[in-house]
Design a protein around this ligand. Structure first.
Ligand code: CAA
Length: 377
């Protein structure tokens, strides 16, 4: 594994970093008030960021997976909200079509997703099927040229804003396990596709998370993704790479917490000297920096495996497990170093603290990552 970025990757990093600071940072407060960052996404689309890894023939930028991870990482340092919108749109909203779609499906949907004209979402989780994803109950019954979908999905990131949804439903009611599940591309205007409750979340206030209901939703048979019964594998295969995206988002949060805490500790004077020169705080910063460095290596190692087409499921889970814990711990320590100021909304570490928590939950909880890792030992 090369520990240095290529010239192209370094250019990507600088471009995204500048964009995040000049365009996303001034918008953070509005996102905190609950505004979805439509304008930011439009500007990201102009820069090719909505289709970084999509081949040029399907309208993407044709860059490698590491460049994509660099983008999520740098964006999330400024806004974890924008980071998750991009990660879900790409890893699990677009890639399932690119990797499992027919040529017609790819031509119809991927260029629109890659250009940012469409936003993508992913509907796996249900009220009674979270970690145990294969127990999902949404049904898709074939009726002539259509599948009739009935059921409900929860915690759908980008839901209500997205144009296309990768939906997992049971096509074979007699098959209880993963093999009865199929995947579909569902357009937002499908009759019977209903956007339900908007979740009020602890963090990521600018990202939309909703329930999605299917009430006799008529999905054209040609929108079946892959073959009947292949849906669970499509979900799992795309979550492998998706988890590296969430690991990169976590890394961005952790790095931001470290940088804010170190800068504050150098300026804050107590007992006659900067608190950074007092060992209790200095050691906290040393531990944070060490964990961030370890998380960075795990994230980019998993990204390197993925970019070179090697199996990366275990490494993706390790990266997500460790980086999300690092984000949470770094945010906790950053708030502690800021003291009373850290507990107020006048300083950014309070937001990092709230945003970090979800990284240990979505795209597979930390407990699920441990299952994936331990199964491969
Ligand atoms: N790639 C391809 N196929 C895979 C796979 C992978 N990574 N992992 C499992 N499979 C296949 C298995 O080979 C098996 O196939 P066969 O039946 O042909 O043998 C089938 O899938 C079932 O596998 P398991 O028996 O291992 O399934 P399980 O139920 O024991 O465990 C799990 C699977 C890892 C626990 C899985 O249910 C899981 O990942 N749960 C967490 C769900 C999750 O991550 N949800 C995220 C929602 S999306 C989200 O959060 C987006 C967002 O908003 C940010």
């Amino acid at each position: 594994m090369n520990l240095h970025f290529t010239e192209e990757q370094e250019m990507m990093r600088k471009m995204v970093k500048e964009f995040a600071q000049s365009e996303i940072a001034p918008f953070v407060e509005r996102m905190e008030q609950g505004e979805f960052p439509r304008d930011i996404l439009r500007k990201m689309a102009e820069l090719g960021l909505m289709g970084i890894t999509i081949p040029e023939e399907y309208g993407g930028a044709g860059m490698d997976f590491i460049s994509y991870i660099i983008a999520i990482h740098e964006i999330s340092k400024v806004s974890a909200t924008v980071g998750v919108i991009l990660s879900v749109h790409t890893s699990v909203g677009t890639n399932p079509i690119l990797y499992f779609g027919t040529e017609e499906q790819k031509k119809k949907y991927v260029p629109k997703l890659a250009s940012g004209e469409y936003l993508g979402a992913f509907c796996l989780t249900e009220p009674s099927a979270g970690s145990d994803a294969k127990s999902l109950k949404t049904k898709a019954i074939r009726q002539g040229d259509y599948y009739m979908l009935n059921g409900s999905k929860v915690f759908i990131t980008n839901g209500g804003e997205a144009d296309t949804y990768i939906v997992f439903a049971r096509t074979n009611p007699n098959e209880e396990g993963s093999r009865g599940i199929s995947a579909f591309i569902v357009e937002k205007d499908t009759p019977g596709f209903i956007v339900g409750k908007d979740e009020k979340k602890m963090g990521l206030h600018g990202s939309r998370t909703v329930q999605i209901l299917f009430e006799d939703a008529k999905v054209p048979a040609e929108n079946l993704l892959g073959e009947e019964g292949q849906g669970f594998k499509i979900a799992m295969a795309n979550l492998d790479a998706g988890r590296i995206g969430i690991a990169a988002q976590s890394l961005g949060i952790a790095e931001a917490a470290l940088e804010y805490a170190a800068a504050y500790a150098k300026e804050r004077i107590q007992f006659g000297k900067p608190i950074a020169e007092q060992q209790g705080v200095a050691f906290k910063l040393a531990d944070m920096a060490t964990a961030v460095e370890a998380a960075r290596l795990l994230v980019y190692r998993a990204a390197f495996l993925r970019a070179t087409g090697l199996p990366c499921g275990k490494e993706a889970s390790m990266a997500k497990l460790f980086a999300s814990r690092t984000a949470m711990e770094a945010a906790i320590e950053a708030v502690q170093i800021f003291g009373g100021n850290g507990y107020t909304k006048d300083y950014p570490v309070e937001r990092l603290f709230r945003d970090a928590k979800i990284c240990e939950i979505y795209e597979g909880t930390s407990e699920i990552q441990r299952i994936v890792i331990s199964k491969q030992l």
